[in-house]
Design a protein around this ligand. Sequence first.
Ligand code: PLP
Length: 393
Amino acid sequence: MSSDLDIQKLRAQTPGLKNTTHLLACGSALMPDCVIDAVVNHIRLEGEIGGYEAHARQHDLLERVYDSVARHIGAKPREIALLENATVAWCHAFYALPLKPGSRILTCEAEYAANYVAFLQRAKRDDLKIEIIPSDASGALDVGVLEGMIDADTGLIAITWVPTNGGLVNPAAKVGKLARAHGIPYLLDACQAVGQMPVDVNELGCDFLSATGRKFLRGPRGTGFLYVRESWLETLEPVMIDLYGASAITVDQYSLRDDARRFETWENAYALRAGLGAAVEYAEAIGIDAIEARISALAGYCRDLLSQQPKIQLRDLGDHKCGIVSFSVEGGDPGAIVAKLGQAGFVIGASGPSSTPVDALRRNLPTMLRIAPHYYNTKTEIEACVLRLSGLI
Ligand SMILES: Cc1ncc(COP(=O)(O)O)c(C=O)c1O
C-alpha cells in the first residue's frame, strides 16, 4: 500500500503497538508518545509545584490548545470551548438553543443515542417534535428529502456526520448549505469524523460542532470540544454557568464571557488539555489528507477481506465510506468474539442497537462488530486479525 506517511516512524512513536494489534480507533485510539508526554509532564509539574502554579507556568501552552483546535477545524479560537467529552459539548449547544413549543427537530437515522435521548427529553419538556430525515438508497441522509421537510416550524437540524456503528459518511456540508439557505440552526456531531478526515466548519456550514479527543484524534480520554459559530455568541445563554462562564458578577447581575468559553467551568483537567493540544498538533504535522487517505485504504482492504468470509455480513452504509468497518457474524456471539480476539492480542469492538436506536430499528440490526484501523495500522495486522477471526466463526 503506497502512502506518503512514514509508517515505521509513526508506529515507533506509538508505544501501545508493542503490546497489541489495536484496530479500534472509533473507540479510543492509541496515543502517540508526544500526547502521553504532554499529559505526564503537566501532571508531574502539578505534583512538583502545585496545580495552580503548574497552570500558571503552562499558561501559554494551554492557551495554544484553543488555537490548535480552532485551526484544525477552520474556526476562530474564541469559537472553541474545551470540555470533557463530545456528549457534554453537544449537550451544551443543544440545551442552550431556544426552541419554541411545536418546533421540529430534524435528525438522521444514524443519530447517536446520547443525542437522540436528549431530543426525547426536550421534546417531552418543551413540546417539540422529532422527525427523522429518511436515507437514500445508499443509506446516507437524503438531502433532497430534507429540503422538502423544511418549513417555518423547523427549529433545528441536528445530525451525526459519521455514526458510531459503521462506515457511513453523511453529506454534512450539503445539509449545511440547506440549513444556511433557510436560516435554520445546524448542530453537527463530528465525534467520529474529527481526526480521520478534514473538517472545516465554514465548508460544513454548521453553527455548532461537537467532537471528542480520544478517537481518531488520538488524544487522551476525558477530552472534547464544542465549536460555536461566532454570531451565536451574542445570544446563546448556557443552561448552566459558573464564575468562569460569567465574566462579571455583582450582587444582582452577571454578564457572560463573550467567547465560547462561557460553556466551560472554572476547574479543568489541564494535563488532559495539554494532551489534546499535542494530539491536534501531531495530526496537523502528519497531515489530515494523508491520514484520511491511509485510513480509507486500510478500511477498504479490511472490507475486501471480510467480504470473502462466508459467515460475515458487512453492514456499512453509504457510497462514500470512512474508517469504521461494521459487520455481523452469522450465529456468532459478538461479545465472545471480541473477548477471544482480545485474548489473542487483537482489539476490535462491538456496537449494540442501543447506540444508534433509529438505524438499529430501521435495519433490524443485531449487535455488530467494528474494526476501525488508524493510519498507524498495517495491512499485515488486518490480515492477521481477519485470519484469527475466521478461525473463531
Ligand atoms: C457519533 C458519536 N457521537 C458522540 C459520541 C459521544 O462521544 P463521547 O463519548 O466523547 O461523549 C460518540 C461516542 O462513541 C459517537 O460515536
